[in-house]
Structures are given as structure tokens and as C-alpha cells.
Design a protein around this ligand. Structure first.
Ligand code: NAD
Length: 479
């Protein structure tokens, strides 16, 4: 039995709330199947209190100077660095990822806090030259108001901090429902903001049955903006609901990222890098490379190296020092992986390594390399969101681009080539929100992160980060 874990709570109007006869949901360690905590669900009255608090706090927070807002964010960044080890340990306990990955996630978020603290000072309006000398015309960018955010379990700290930092730095207030399966990160974030002196009501954390909470908050006239990170089907539901109430949205949804490895690439380097990246967070990453298109002349070399590195990845509990890949976050992901593999096998693909669950307890699934599934195999059509890599050969770049673009997803994409004209064709040709060539360089605070097509609407990070949290007001004034 685990001895210490986050003291789970709601955070409403500056108070941590738990007990009081609220429904509780057990939180499970995916490495052992043990219950490690109990998460209180918000009652209707809790949601109403959070809405009222966020509305009340907005009236003053919107006028707090960007410098003062930034000071709180910077303090949270500082505290994140200080507490990264403890917070990371709890993330490993409820999400499963290796400790080094969990701690790294918290540390990277400190960077997001610092960057948003600074960028918030650069939310500028503009002056438009008038048609008459006694008129002045301004464009002001004002915070949109109360935001409702829904964040997932794969990067429970990162996904939450990106939304919170953008909202708060823009002068909005926010109610966030984090992932009930892996809740410690969002509670930890609330504790840090509380300690950093964030006024009551600016940030509120609620938990519950996801669709009940989201439907209630989105329908509330108090909420002006909805931000969601998660799957495409849920994103479409929430976007439709938000649309029916004319609410602004940011949607960071799933992907099925193509990788193109050209014959002129440094193939061994590409295979080694890709195997390392693929199995990060057990492949439960929206930008995880999933469909590998390999040019025929280097197919054998790529597959040999990629399979060798993938096979060598040490799978185990996230707290064990030598673990390179932890368990999947939930039992339902293990079942989903097995279904992808069986479908590919039945359609004639070869399983080069992995393809099965590991052990009898915990949600462990082997790093899996699937060779040459047909394009209509489930693994080539639907996002696996797990430790599966599907590899297929291609003859020429036009064919690779056509197949890469053939799905409704358009989040991230990758290519390896040493030929500059191939690189240009790839960056122009891929239908994706992000294109990484010869390295993995996305998801920095200063760079925009977002998808096209079914993969989402809007960006987080970069100078675009505030677009979803601001409204435009035109002012014209005559003497
Ligand atoms: P899911 O679609 O059931 O849930 C994804 C997340 O959305 C969870 O955190 C869940 O609590 C939340 N959610 C679900 N229904 C909701 C609703 N009606 N209102 C508000 N929140 C809701 O899928 P899952 O089995 O938990 O995860 C697997 C799928 O989720 C994957 O296929 C992947 O596409 C997607 N996913 C994407 C990301 C991402 O970063 N884009 C992150 C996590 C999960």
C-alpha cells in the first residue's frame, strides 16, 4: 500500500474542499492496480459556487496589471521547480509514467509559467489612422471572461498549466476539470497558485463525471470560453455544445502523426531517435509518431535498427530507477492496444516485436513494432494512443505525402531527410499543425502548438497563446 500521495480536493473560491458526504472516486495506481486515493466529486452546489467565484473574481482580476499577474505566475514557476520531485512522484503514482518523465514534465511547466508571465505584458492593442483629424480610433484586446477548461491524463500537469497560464496571464478567470484518473497534478497546481497568492476565485478546480461537469459549465451563461484537450469525438461534442451557446473554443485533439523517412536520411540516427521518442509516456502522447512511412531502399536498415531499439526498452513500474516505459494509464488502454494488434495481424501485418500485454498485474503492454499493415488496417486509420508503431514502405515522396495526408487528423508530423528540396516539399505538402524535420522541436512555450483538420482549433503557446482568451473591442472617440 502506498503511504503518501496528494491530498485530493476540489479548489473553489480559494478553499480546498473535500469530504462533506460528496461522492468519491477511487484513484488507481496503474502499475499495481492498488487504490491510492479518493477523489471528491463536485456537487451541483460546488459547481455553482465555482461559477459565482470565477465571475466575481473576474471583475477585479481583469484590471490587475500584467506585471502583477506575471509575478504570481513566476512564483508558481519557482515553486514548480522546488517541488518537482514530489509532484512528479505523485504523477508517476496515478498516471504511470517513469519518474524522470514526470519530474521533467513539471520542470518544463515552470518554463511555461515564466514565459506566459512575460508574454502577458505584450498583449497590445493598436491605433488605426482616422479619417478626420479630431477622431482617435483604438483597438483594445480585453480578457474574454470566465473560462471552462477540461484537461486529460497523459500530461496532467502540462496540459493544465498551459491553459491556466494563458487564461490567467490574459486577465481571465478559470474553472478547470482535470483528469479524474490522474488528478494529483491539477491539485498540486492549485496548491502552488494558492501559495503564490492568487486571489480567491481566479482559479477553481472541480472533479466529477466528465460529461456532467462539462455540460453544466458550458451551458452556464457565466462561462465565455471553453478549452479542451482530449480525443476527437469528445472534442467534437464539446465544440458543438459550445457552438450552440456561441462560446469561444480552443480544441487540442488527437492526432495520428505520420513520419516520413527518406532514403537520403541518416537512417540509423532517425531510427534510434524515433524509437526513443515513440515510447515516451508509453506512446500516450497526442503528437506521438504513429504511422511510419519508410522509403523502400532504406526499409530493411530502418526496420532492423528501429526494432532493435524498441525491443530493448525496459518496461516496468514508473518508480523503478531502470524503467524506460511505464504502464498504460488505464486498463481500457491495454484492451485497445490488443485490438489494434489483432486487427493488424489478421490483415497480414508482421509483429516485429511486442504485440502483447506484459505480466498479470498492472497495465503493462510491450513496445510494439508492426510491419507493413495495409492502409485500411485499424492501426493506419485510428489513433492508437499507446506503444504501437506501424511501419510501411513507400516508393516516392508524392505517394508518402498522399498517404500521410489521407486521414482526417492533422496534428503533428515528422520527416527525416538530408535533401533540402525534399525538406521543402515535405513542409509545404504535409497537412499538419506542426512539422518537425530531423529533430523533435515542438511544444516549447514560445512556439505555437495546435492542429488542423479534426485535430483541433486554435493554438497554445507562441504569441498565438492568448488569441482564444481575448476579445477585440474597437473604440472611436471625437473631441
Ligand atoms: P476519452 O475521449 O474518453 O477521454 C479523454 C479525456 O477527455 C479524459 O481526460 C476524459 O476525462 C475527458 N472527457 C471525456 N469525456 C468528456 C466530456 N464529455 N467532457 C469533458 N471531458 C471529457 O478517452 P480516453 O480513453 O480517456 O483516452 C484515449 C483517447 O483520448 C485517445 O484516443 C486520445 O485521442 C485522446 N487523448 C488525447 C489527448 C491529447 O493530448 N490530445 C490526451 C489524452 C487523451
Amino acid at each position: 500500500m502506498t503511504t503518501s500521495y496528494e491530498n485530493l480536493a476540489l479548489y473553489i473560491d480559494g478553499e480546498f474542499v473535500q469530504g462533506g458526504g460528496r461522492v468519491e472516486q477511487p484513484v488507481i495506481d496503474p502499475a499495481t492496480g492498488e487504490t491510492i486515493g479518493q477523489l471528491p466529486h463536485a456537487t451541483r452546489a460546488d459547481l455553482d459556487r465555482a461559477l459565482a467565484a470565477a465571475e466575481r473574481a473576474f471583475a477585479t482580476w481583469r484590471h490587475v496589471s500584467p506585471t502583477d499577474r506575471g509575478a504570481i505566475l513566476r512564483k508558481v514557476g519557482e515553486l514548480s521547480r522546488e517541488r518537482a520531485k514530489d509532484i512528479g512522484r505523485n504523477i508517476t503514482l496515478d498516471q504511470g509514467k517513469p519518474l524522470a518523465e514526470a519530474v521533467g514534465e513539471v520542470l518544463r511547466c515552470a518554463d511555461h509559467c515564466d514565459w506566459h508571465a512575460e508574454e502577458g505584458r505584450r498583449i497590445y492593442g493598436r491605433v488605426i489612422p482616422p479619417r478626420m483629424p479630431n477622431v482617435r480610433q483604438f483597438v483594445l484586446r480585453e480578457p474574454i471572461g470566465v473560462c471552462a477548461a477540461f484537461t486529460p491524463w497523459n500530461f496532467p500537469y502540462n496540459q493544465a498549466i498551459r491553459k491556466i497560464a494563458a487564461a490567467i496571464a490574459a486577465g481571465c478567470t478559470i474553472i478547470i476539470k482535470g483528469p479524474e484518473d490522474s488528478p494529483s497534478a491539477v491539485v498540486a497546481i492549485a496548491r502552488l497558485f494558492h501559495e503564490a497568492g492568487l486571489p480567491p476565485g481566479v482559479l477553481n478546480v472541480v472533479w466529477g463525471v466528465p460529461h456532467e461537469v462539462s455540460e453544466y459549465l458550458i451551458a452556464s451563461p457565466i462561462v465565455r470560453k471553453v478549452s479542451f484537450t482530449g480525443s476527437v469525438p469528445v472534442g467534437k461534442q464539446l465544440a458543438a455544445l459550445a457552438g450552440s451557446h456561441m462560446k469561444r473554443i480552443t480544441m487540442e485533439l488527437g492526432g495520428h502523426s505520420p513520419v516520413i523517412v527518406c532514403a537520403d536520411a541518416d537512417v540509423e540516427r532517425a531510427a534510434t531517435m524515433l524509437a526513443g521518442f515513440k515510447f515516451t509516456n508509453a506512446g500516450q502522447v497526442c503528437v506521438s509518431p504513429t504511422r511510419f512511412y519508410i522509403e523502400e531502399p532504406v526499409w530493411d536498415r530502418f526496420m532492423a535498427r528501429f526494432t532493435e531499439v524498441s525491443r530493448g526498452i525496459k518496461v516496468g513500474p514508473g518508480l523503478a530507477a531502470d524503467t524506460r516505459m511505464g504502464p498504460l494509464a488505464h486498463a481500457r488502454r491495454v484492451t485497445a492496444m490488443a485490438e489494434f494488434v489483432e486487427d493488424a495481424r489478421a490483415r497480414g501485418a508482421r509483429i516485429e516485436t511486442g504485440g502483447e500485454r506484459l505480466g498479470d498485474s498492472g497495465n503493462f503492454f510491450a513496445p510494439t513494432v508492426i510491419a507493413a499493415p495495409p492502409d485500411d488496417a485499424k492501426i493506419m486509420q485510428a489513433e492508437p494512443f499507446g506503444p504501437l508503431a506501424a511501419c510501411v514502405p513507400f516508393k516516392d515522396l508524392d505517394e508518402a505525402l498522399r498517404r500521410a495526408n489521407s486521414l482526417p487528423y492533422g496534428l503533428s508530423s515528422y520527416a527525416f531527410t538530408t535533401n533540402t528540396s525534399n525538406a521543402l516539399r515535405i513542409q509545404n505538402g504535409l497537412e499538419a499543425g506542426m512539422v518537425n524535420i530531423n529533430h523533435f522541436g515542438q511544444a516549447l512555450p514560445e512556439t505555437p502548438f495546435g492542429g488542423v483538420k479534426d485535430s483541433g482549433i486554435g493554438s497554445e503557446g507562441g504569441s498565438e497563446t492568448f488569441d482564444g482568451y481575448l476579445v477585440t473591442k474597437f473604440v472611436t472617440q471625437m473631441d
